[in-house]
Design a protein around this ligand. Sequence first.
Ligand SMILES: Nc1ncnc2c1ncn2[C@@H]1O[C@H](COP(=O)(O)OP(=O)(O)OP(=O)(O)O)[C@@H](O)[C@H]1O
Ligand SMILES: [Mg+2]
Length: 256
Amino acid sequence: MIEIEGVTFTYEGSSKPALSDVNLRIEEGDFLLVTGLSGSGKSTLLRLLNGLIPHFYRGKMEGRVLVDGIDTREASVASLSKKVGLVFQNPEHMFFSESVYEEVSFGPKSLGMSKEEMEGAVRWALEQVGLWDYRMRSPWSLSGGEKKRLSIACVLAMKTDFLAVDEPTIGQDSLSKESLLLTFKRLREEGKGVVVVTHDLEWLDDLHPDELILLSRGKVIERGPSDMIFSSVRDLAINGLIPPCKYILSTLVEVK
Ligand SMILES: Nc1ncnc2c1ncn2[C@@H]1O[C@H](COP(=O)(O)OP(=O)(O)OP(=O)(O)O)[C@@H](O)[C@H]1O
Ligand SMILES: [Mg+2]
């Protein structure tokens, strides 16, 4: 379980907190979606989950984050990363292997998996994101959307209990988005705790998340079932977000 308790975080050199008094509990099997405008603190929230904040990003942190009962201040990012896999918003800068296969096998190798276990994990992860047939290609030869899927596979192969993905649909066409939808549905069935950050409200509605969290200026301003939040079309519009089409249509019908 991941517990975020009263966290306020201000990046070094900044006068305003990027997150203010955030409280959140994520259990294995939970499926959470986090949305909000650019700069609302979504990526910052994810950085809390595997200890990048406070270990990597400098700043002032109040409150605490517990991963399976361990305070992230007391644990290394390496040990937390065995429990929480994080896919960055712009992960392509991080590829360093000659082939897609090698890239995905790096994580399992570093965890000390046996050869057999590693091969199984790499194949499973690449199949999950539809890139098994690309395994001999250079990561740099992939399209933007394929690179994003590769970065998801790299984290999946580490078989963590929790997975957090920052903006998975950016640069993806509708077919890739559809296949990502399936990937997330399967991960949910496997009982992983999943947190997805996205602006893509139309896409996330199809995921039927357990909980949708709306951030604004570092604060959680709405949380609850997505139906409930999307139905407040006016509130979303005030916060600069466009709800999925069907909710706009039903609001228009009500107004008439
Ligand atoms: N490394 C950093 N150093 C200083 N300030 C930062 C850093 N990263 C983010 N911030 C600031 O913290 C606030 C929240 O940023 P964050 O990246 O979490 O937003 P976001 O919701 O993920 O935005 P986007 O949708 O554009 O990715 C912003 O004001 C941003 O400028
Ligand atoms: Mg972000």
